[in-house]
Design a protein around this ligand. Structure first.
Ligand code: PEP
Ligand code: MN
Length: 339
């Protein structure tokens, strides 16, 4: 059960509600986010929700039978919009492109990419400075200095910075420079990292694990929300299957499913999802038509020279063509929705 409390409820009144609910056989967790205060009540007894509703300080009560609670759509009718400021808002009704290199490689690369994105009307840039690599001998990113450089160039043009955090110990240093913390597929169930991101007020783009189920993804999102951060974006980035023809299998079924089960925005990463450059545009468009609220695209001025993931990275010309197609397709999608 999710109990939404009146905004600014006095602590004593909240404790009274908790006391009442625990008498009914429920354990409660109090959660306070930037947009609301909640009690998550866990228990198996059948209760008449009206009993809880009449407690002073209670605004609303919903029974949530999903294993995840706060991220469930059951109690929240309106989908969540994650507002990054400067007109960049990720959620239902829009389609936000987040584009940039797999790895931040240097100042010139960042400056050229930012200029390119600004000219294209793309307002959020991705780029890793802490890279999770299968081999420890591969390029592992420019670290915090690279992030500072990336952020200063991007922010000078009001471009939002989306970058991966690998470990909880990096959060404090990264915080002032980041607009969205990306949690990579390999960290999708790193619960101590999720807990710590939950204590921040920064948006989190949470990727699905390589072999993670959607229920696991939603429970990972629940970790973040339950610590107080409700600014979460879910990302389908392909899963590992028996198919070896491409890098991963982009599970587009996940998009309508997640959007039905959760109020959180959902984006698709076709670059990692398929892993082959020439298939990326079609899969990005397919993600949009599946209902995604945005996509994450790897783009590089010269993909052949990229220090990571060049084979799945679009050139500027390829990206430009795709951005235009996505715009047109988004218009068509919204028209079809209204028709
Ligand atoms: C990335 O976005 O570059 C990345 C490492 O993604 P993933 O965690 O999905 O593999
Ligand atoms: Mn990559």
């Amino acid at each position: 059960m999710i109990i939404t409390l009146q905004p600014g409820i006095p602590a004593q009144q909240r404790e009274q509600v908790q006391g009442f609910v625990s008498q009914l056989g429920f354990s409660t967790t109090a959660v306070s986010t930037q947009s609301g205060e909640y009690l998550v009540a866990i228990g198996s007894r059948e209760v008449d929700l009206r009993q809880v509703h009449q407690c002073p300080g209670v605004k609303d009560v919903h029974r949530v039978t999903d294993v995840y609670k706060l991220v469930s759509r059951t109690w929240k009718v309106k989908p969540t919009q994650v507002d990054l400021g400067d007109g960049v808002c990720i959620g239902e009704g829009s389609h936000t492109v987040i584009a940039g290199p797999c790895s931040i490689e240097g100042e010139e690369q960042v400056a050229k990419t930012v200029d390119f994105l600004v000219a294209q009307g793309v307002k959020a840039m991705r780029g890793g400075t802490f890279k999770p690599r299968s081999s420890p001998y591969s390029f592992r990113g420019l670290g915090i200095e690279g992030l500072k450089m990336f952020a200063s160039i991007a922010h000078a043009q009001k471009v939002k910075v989306v970058t991966e955090v690998l470990d909880a110990s990096q959060i404090d240093a990264m915080l002032p420079h980041v607009d969205v913390f990306q949690v990579g597929a390999r960290n999708s169930q790193n619960f101590s990292l999720l807990d710590e991101l939950g204590k921040t007020r920064k948006p989190v783009l949470l990727k699905r694990g390589l072999s993670g189920t959607l229920e696991e993804l939603l429970q990972s999102a629940e970790y973040i929300f339950s610590k107080g951060n409700d600014r979460i974006i879910l990302c389908e980035r392909g899963i590992r299957t028996y198919e070896k023809a491409y890098r991963n299998t982009l599970d587009l079924n996940a998009v309508p499913y997640l959007k039905e089960k959760s109020h959180l925005p959902v984006v698709v990463d076709p670059s990692h999802g398929v892993g082959i450059r020439r298939y990326v545009p079609n899969m990005a468009m397919a993600g949009l038509m599946a209902g995604a609220d945005g996509c994450l695209l790897e783009v590089h001025e010269s993909p052949e020279q990229a220090l990571s993931d060049g084979a799945q990275t679009l050139s500027f010309a390829e990206a430009e063509a795709l951005f235009r197609q996505l715009e047109r397709l988004h218009e068509a999608r919204e028209q079809l929705r209204l028709a």
